[in-house]
Design a protein around this ligand. Structure first.
Ligand code: NAP
Length: 247
């Protein structure tokens, strides 16, 4: 069943990993996926992959921390399609290190891209959604934003901030029929987790009741539900996709 026929959906950080999978699945459900990412070649190949499946995607190269660039891209998308239905704030990075030794530049980079980038894209899309009195925003947080993690103070703070931002924007936008929710993935197999040492991977696997890593499609499936009308009475929530890691 195609649940999002004709919807216009922007997905940040969607040239690969979880973001790409969300874009691919949104398109499978009939949406036009607008991929935003840093590298033009990666954006082009993501679009081609979706195109080859007979589905629709377009793309832009942009940094989510550049508010002028984001504003002008969102304007272009709105001019082209006359609406923006869905925003998925997915772009995110890690720069791990113990708090005692963490460089301020690593703190700033993670907070800027993960948290401020989510704020910027939410603010820039809100003018269109508020006017049309409809919209869905989904923020990709992390279980680390709920429980914290040694060596990830910057990342945990950014993801905890995203969860708080989700609740505040859900309260601000609810009266205009705009729903805002967050997804907190656990341990999902992507390039971000591929770079972790085997010992860290083994420790995670031992702590996950379902005893395996999640897939990018596990996260994308929840996104489709939250973006659909079936989730029409859900806003301000953070939903985990983590194999039972936290309960
Ligand atoms: P990924 O494989 O590293 O992909 C992230 C994408 O975002 C990359 O294409 C990256 O581009 C892009 N990006 C980075 N900075 C950007 C910026 N400033 N503007 C626009 N795009 C930018 O990561 P992932 O594992 O798919 O993670 C996606 C999201 O899920 C992140 O928010 C992450 O924190 C969250 N998450 C992941 C896991 C997990 O287990 N994988 C768990 C919990 C939460 P470049 O490649 O050019 O840098």
């Amino acid at each position: 069943m195609r649940r999002l026929e004709g919807k216009v959906a922007i997905i940040t950080g969607a040239a690969r990993g979880i973001g790409y999978s969300i874009a691919e699945m949104l398109s499978e459900h009939g949406a036009i996926s607008v991929i935003i990412d840093l590298d033009q070649g990666a954006v082009n190949s993501a679009i081609k992959q979706i195109d080859d499946q007979g589905n629709r995607a377009i793309g832009f190269t942009a940094d989510v921390t550049n508010s002028q660039e984001i504003a002008s891209i969102f304007k272009e998308i709105h001019n082209e399609f006359g609406k923006i239905d869905i925003l998925i704030n997915n772009a995110g990075i890690t720069k791990d290190g113990l708090l005692m030794k963490m460089k301020e530049s690593d703190w700033d980079a993670v907070i800027n891209i993960n948290l401020k980038g989510t704020f910027i894209c939410t603010q820039k899309v809100s003018r269109y959604m508020l006017k049309s009195r409809s919209g869905v925003i989904i923020n990709i947080a992390s279980v680390i934003g709920l429980i914290g993690n040694a060596g990830q103070a910057n990342y945990a703070a950014s993801k905890g901030g995203i969860i708080a931002l989700t609740k505040s924007s859900a309260k601000e936008f609810a009266s205009r029929n705009i729903r805002v929710n967050a997804i907190a993935p656990g341990f999902i197999k992507t390039e971000m987790t591929d770079k972790l040492p085997q010992e860290v991977i083994d420790n995670y696997l031992a702590a996950i009741p379902l005893s395996c890593m999640g897939t990018v499609r596990d996260v994308a499936n929840l996104c489709i539900f939250l973006a659909s009308e079936e989730a029409g009475y859900i806003t301000g929530q953070t939903i985990q996709v983590d194999g039972g890691l936290i309960m």
